[in-house]
Write a protein that binds this ligand. Structure first.
Ligand code: DGL
Length: 253
């Protein structure tokens, strides 16, 4: 296997980023590590998220990965700075709620950001809030139960729609016209979020922007894979059945 790109998330959410990378960079081999054993991370302590993320990155580096994508807003918020310091020769790409494109294009002047508690308390989000919060109103909400719904493959269940309504309707009532998906699990709920939010609300997901960033970094570092057959592996700290679920999610469109 030519050196692969390593992709990490607490569970299945980062598969939304895996799919964007798979589509944009078909020649690249990918190793996806979804913790699975300790998901969700969103309400865990800083120390736990930090330690789990380091453990995962070390595992991916032991597999020979040339670049690491933290396909998890929560892990990025907690650990990317320290990871870059510890591994200065490895390019890292992180995920952050896409506040900027939402703030620059809103017409109503009100945007919504859906993310985990840990991400909304992190420095990346706070900085974005400081930068754009003076011009636009930024409403934050934790997608309570959303991660579990995606982990259990219950994206289309009536219970999941109830969870989404509880979180999204109050944002719509307060006038949001842009809704940022600041957790990589949430794109799997996109169709139900769209249905609840209605036509007047644009949903903003960062996966494609991340794939463009990865492509640019591969070029900058001169580490793009040559044309050939890409390989895809799925690792986990849970069990083999979970690894199989990650693969199924990746190839299900
Ligand atoms: N998918 C992750 C994120 O982007 C983590 C969700 C969780 O484990 O709570 O934040």
């Amino acid at each position: 296997m030519v050196a692969p790109i390593g992709i990490f998330d607490s569970g299945m959410g980062g598969i939304s980023v895996w799919q964007a990378l798979h589509d944009a960079l078909p020649e690249e081999s990918l190793i996806y590590l979804g913790d699975g054993a300790r998901c969700p991370y969103g309400a865990r302590s800083l120390d736990e998220v930090r330690d789990f993320t380091f453990e995962a990155v070390e595992r991916l580096l032991a597999e020979g990965c040339k670049m690491i994508v933290l396909a998890c807003n929560t892990a990025t918020a907690v650990a990317i700075k320290e990871l870059r310091e510890c591994y200065p020769n490895i390019p890292f790409v992180g995920l952050e709620p896409a506040v900027k494109p939402a703030a620059l294009t809103t017409k109503s002047g009100v945007i919504g950001v859906l993310a985990t508690k840990r991400s909304l308390e992190g420095d990346h989000f706070r900085r974005a809030e400081d930068k754009y919060g003076a011009e636009v109103r930024i409403l934050k909400a934790v997608g309570e139960g959303f991660v579990e719904a995606v982990e259990n493959n219950e994206e289309q269940s009536p219970e999941t729609e109830t969870l989404v309504r509880r979180v999204v309707e109050p944002l719509v009532e307060q006038g949001v016209d842009k809704l940022v998906l600041g957790c990589t699990h949430y794109p799997f709920l996109r169709s139900v979020i769209e249905r609840v939010a209605g036509d007047g609300v644009e949903i903003i997901d960062s996966s494609e922007a991340v794939a463009r960033r990865v492509a640019n970094l591969l070029d900058e570092h001169g580490i793009r894979a040559e044309a050939g057959v890409a390989e895809y592996r799925f690792l986990t700290f849970a069990d083999e059945a979970y690894a199989a679920k990650l693969r199924d999610k990746a190839f299900k469109k």
